[in-house]
Design a protein around this ligand. Structure first.
Ligand code: ATP
Ligand code: MG
Ligand code: MG
Ligand code: MG
Length: 438
């Protein structure tokens, strides 16, 4: 992408409505624009990161055996009457009427709809296990939408739903998602801690929330700091094997949100030096709730014994759009964002210090072609402007690499390469710089 053709409306001033650094940076970087309270337009740079995050989530869901579909944002109220949640859900649910006075709602979650899809075709234990997921916009009419994408009203969620014949198999499905979540957040450069948590309006008795520690987090969390050192399941983890060891390892050390915190247990189990009381951002939650939806909605499957029973279900959410904020909270400095390679909107900024200078333009074009070919998704700053302002803009948007090409260096056969995360600069030949990036 050439910056001269791109749409990157950077803000010079810090917007006064933004209270936390991720919100400020997303606005200043031209990633996001608020269209109504808690409702945002995703501008090109923000959309690129959102897609990267979405893709990591998708790859890891697929790896863990979940199957992607896409359910609509609008749902019939009658479906929610079947589970009894239509009246229970309260003011967070956006209720809508169509021209025929039919009652609809903008989905805040999809347990009912996916159960309806499942029951329409799956009747036998032979078709189990199943795990269906989608990545779709949700709407929750939050009392206090705030902190930008952290608590939007319209937000992007990945939600998966597992169906099994009995509780034991349901717990295996839960363990698969648990392990998969460890991989998802780790691939984004995040340290997420699974915490014992309340189940809230989804229901059930087994649940963990995944939290990123950050001062600006909305939840209080208590944990044993040694949980930060635990190993992440490898890429080739066998999802058909027994994963209870991984879950056990990650849930033995104390970690709980303030809602379920047990001070006596915490003090008994965690040595004073290992105690950590912090703030957390909830980036995902997994639930096992058995037949809470399948029973009232009559999603029955026939077992090998010929007996029908309600499917055992779990649901598993990831806050895809919230993750942008969480990643920035975890990775920035005074100059701007520092994107981990895996989710960076572009892999490298090529900064042309003298657009119009034939030699510099040619070197930039060559680098651009080579980096594009290598899949590094370069952003070429080919705009006129003060050099200082160009550097500041590229630091602000925080791509992992900056390749700086100017007439003086080129005359000596060199360019400059800067690693955004460390600030380390190297002077080297263009060829060597390209090699270092690729
Ligand atoms: P919170 O406690 O922050 O209100 P929740 O527990 O109500 O979240 P879940 O029903 O568990 O949310 O939804 C799954 C995931 O969706 C959450 O872990 C979170 O990452 C994300 N999420 C929930 N509400 C919002 C929101 N208003 N804006 C952005 N992401 C959200
Ligand atoms: Mg909520
Ligand atoms: Mg919550
Ligand atoms: Mg939750």
């Amino acid at each position: 992408m050439r910056l001269s053709r791109y749409f990157l409306p950077l803000l010079k001033e810090t917007p006064s409505e933004a209270q936390i650094v991720s919100h400020r940076l997303m606005l200043r970087c031209g990633m996001l624009r608020q269209e109504a309270a808690g409702i945002y337009a995703w501008l090109p740079l923000g959309l690129r990161v959102l897609k990267k995050i979405e893709q990591i989530v998708r790859e890891e869901m697929d790896r863990a055996g979940a199957v992607e579909l896409l359910m609509p944002t609008l749902q019939l109220a009658d479906l929610w009457r079947e589970s009894g949640r239509y009246d229970d859900y309260g003011a967070e649910m956006l209720r809508i009427k169509d021209r025929h006075e039919r009652e609809l709602l903008y989905g805040p979650t999809n347990e009912e709809m996916v159960t309806e899809i499942f029951r329409a075709s799956v009747k036998s234990y032979k078709d189990l296990p199943k795990n269906l997921y989608h990545i779709q916009w949700k709407f929750r009419d939050e009392q206090r939408p705030r902190f930008g994408v952290m608590r939007g009203r319209e937000f992007l969620m990945k939600d998966a739903y597992s169906f099994d014949l009995d509780e034991e198999a349901g717990r295996r499905a839960y363990n698969r998602m648990f392990a998969s979540y460890l991989r998802i957040f780790s691939r984004m450069g995040l340290k997420a801690i699974p915490m014992r948590a309340e189940t809230g309006p989804i229901g059930g008795d087994l649940s963990h929330e995944f939290h990123i520690l950050a001062e600006t987090g909305e939840s209080g969390v208590f944990c044993d700091r040694r949980v930060l050192e635990l190993p992440i399941p490898p890429e080739d983890v066998d999802y058909d094997s027994d994963l209870s060891g991984i879950v056990k390892q990650w849930t033995t050390l104390y970690a709980a949100t303030e809602d379920v915190h047990d001070a006596a247990r915490y003090e008994a189990e965690v040595a004073p030096a290992d105690r950590m009381e912090a703030r957390g951002i909830e980036v995902g939650q997994v639930f096992f709730f058995g037949d809470k939806y399948s029973r009232p909605m009559k999603a029955f499957v026939t077992g090998p014994d010929g007996v029908d029973r309600p499917a055992q279900m779990g649901s598993y959410g990831v806050g895809v759009s919230r993750l942008l904020g969480a990643i920035i909270e975890a990775s920035h400095d005074d100059a701007g964002c520092i994107w981990p390679d895996a989710v960076a909107p572009f892999g490298v900024a090529i900064i042309n210090l003298r657009p119009g200078d034939a030699a510099v333009d040619e070197a930039c074009a060559g680098a651009y072609a080579a980096l594009t070919k290598a899949g590094k998704e370069p952003l070429l700053d080919d705009t006129d402007g003060r050099v200082g302002a160009k550097f500041a803009a590229m630091d602000l948007i925080g791509l992992p690499w900056q390749l700086i090409i100017g007439p003086k260096g080129l005359a000596d056969g060199v360019v400059e390469l800067k690693r955004r995360a460390t600030g380390e600069r190297q002077t080297l030949s263009l060829e060597a710089a390209l090699k270092a990036i690729c």
